[in-house]
Design a protein around this ligand. Structure first.
Ligand SMILES: Cc1ncc(COP(=O)(O)O)c(C=O)c1O
Length: 446
């Protein structure tokens, strides 16, 4: 379908913006321009309403243009638009840190603010190395990530990340090794957590044998991998990782940039899957995507280690941070967003509605033989599409474009379509999203 108004921009204006994680040449031939958003819908240049099937980029679980967040941001801009992040403070960062701790598992109550998920990952990894050095174990510097993991676009993130396309162009990164992913043959079409695959955690023992725990700082995994294709941990898998990390004195970091604050029908992935890590990275939903912000929650013992070994008290305990750490406008947006999640009782709603979502997405299987796997948890789903012409990412791209034409925004990445509707999505909206997706899948057979 060709849109009535492709763009009001000139070709030169389109060319001036080198777009992130976008096929720039294709986009600029056929721009998909969003002009506004409200509730669970975008509006494009043609005035079409488009359902937000990924809550922005896993950011906007509350939907768009939430009055309390808008108001908090507007008031904050008028009162304190910026405040130096180093050596001076403003009240809202402390209030937000306390509020974030209430969402974190018990003991993860020391919050370091960043500007994004990538910076949160960088922060967690730097703190892990520095922590061991402070404890007199400075050889513990290597990191273990996981195949298909995504930990942001920084050099540290791509190093521990395990999506091949994100790594191949960039040469050497941090010294990192990778666990296998947990999409185990035989677990396809599992609803929620698969019964098989836990043993893949034992690969950590082999990596420890190879590199020795005295050289390993931390293991970092997403409790549920989002960008890698919505990969749900098998039953017992995260527990086994925790056990091995404990036995070998290795920190366990959960990258919860997608899973924190409700997406799993729990406050965190840690709560959903019943495993408490040593640090949790977060971003996205903390401000409902309205203003960039990230954070890392650390166990108190990690924080105390820096405080107890910080030298004279006018000295920095850790020389680390960002100009936009704890930005006052982001803090105002964060306070309003987390309050809204609580007030609307949305985490319980996601949990209660998850079985409805699960049934809905798994219905796609029967009519669509090109689907090779469907995975789901909370308000998230990943659908794997069989490759065509030896190109795994071609069909997901075509399907996502067809969905856009039908009035639905979904994410495509590698061989998957990813779905993550806003937390208050109604059953009728789920049905219409999945029906449209069924139609777009059928077009692949024609
Ligand atoms: C698990 C995870 N970690 C880190 C990031 C990077 O976050 P950002 O894009 O805000 O830097 C993402 C982004 O999707 C993510 O999903």
């Amino acid at each position: 379908m060709s849109h009535i108004v492709k763009s009001r921009l000139t070709q030169a204006q389109l060319d001036a913006h080198w777009m992130a994680y976008t096929g720039n040449r294709q986009f600029k031939k056929d721009p998909r321009i969003i002009v506004s958003a409200e509730g669970r819908y975008y509006t494009d240049l043609d005035g079409r309403k488009i359902f937000d099937g990924l809550s922005g980029l896993w950011t906007c679980g509350l939907g768009h243009s939430v009055p309390s967040i808008n108001e908090a941001v507007a008031n904050q801009v008028k009162t304190l638009d910026y405040s130096p992040a180093f050596q001076f403070g403003h009240e809202k960062s402390f209030l937000l840190a306390e509020k974030i701790s209430e969402f974190m598992p018990s003991g993860l109550n020391r919050i370091f603010f960043t500007g994004s998920g990538s910076e949160s990952v960088d922060t967690a990894l730097k703190v892990a190395r520095a922590y061991w050095r402070k404890k007199g174990m400075g050889t513990k510097t290597k990191f273990i990530g996981r195949a298909k993991g995504y930990h942001g676009a920084g050099i540290s993130g791509f190093s521990v990340g395990g999506i091949p396309a994100n790594r191949t162009l960039y040469g050497q990164g941090l010294e990192s090794y990778h666990l296998p992913h947990t999409q185990v043959p035989g677990s396809e079409f599992s609803k929620g957590m698969a019964d098989i695959g836990k043993e893949r955690a034992d690969e950590l023992l082999n990596l420890i044998t190879m590199h020795d725990a005295s050289n390993i700082a931390a293991v970092i995994v997403e409790p549920m991998s989002g960008s890698g294709g919505v990969i749900i941990p098998p039953k017992g898998y995260l527990q086994r990782l925790r056990e091995i990390c404990d036995q070998h004195n290795i920190l366990l970091i959960f990258d919860e940039v997608i899973t924190a604050f409700g997406r799993m029908g729990a406050q965190t992935g840690s709560e959903a899957f019943g495993v408490i890590p040593d640090a949790i990275t977060m971003a996205k939903q903390v401000t409902n995507g309205v203003i960039p912000m990230g954070a890392v929650a650390f166990k108190q013992e990690i924080y105390d280690t820096f405080m107890d070994n910080g030298g004279p008290d006018y000295m920095l305990e850790i020389p680390h941070g960002y100009t936009y750490s704890a930005h006052p406008i982001a803090c105002a947006a964060g306070l309003a967003s987390l309050e809204e999640i609580k007030q609307q009782n949305l985490i319980a709603r996601v949990k209660d509605m998850s079985p409805v979502w699960e049934n809905c997405v798994h219905q796609l299987r029967d009519a669509n033989p090109i689907i090779t796997d469907i995975r789901n948890y909370g308000f998230a789903a990943g659908i794997t599409i069989a490759p065509v012409d030896g190109e795994p990412s071609k069909r997901p791209f075509q399907i996502a474009m067809s969905m856009w034409d039908k009035g639905y925004y979904v994410r495509y990445g590698a061989d998957t379509i990813q779905l993550a509707p806003p937390f208050a999505t109604e059953k009728a909206e789920m049905d219409s999203l999945i029906n449209a997706l069924g139609d777009s899948l059928q077009e692949q057979n024609q």
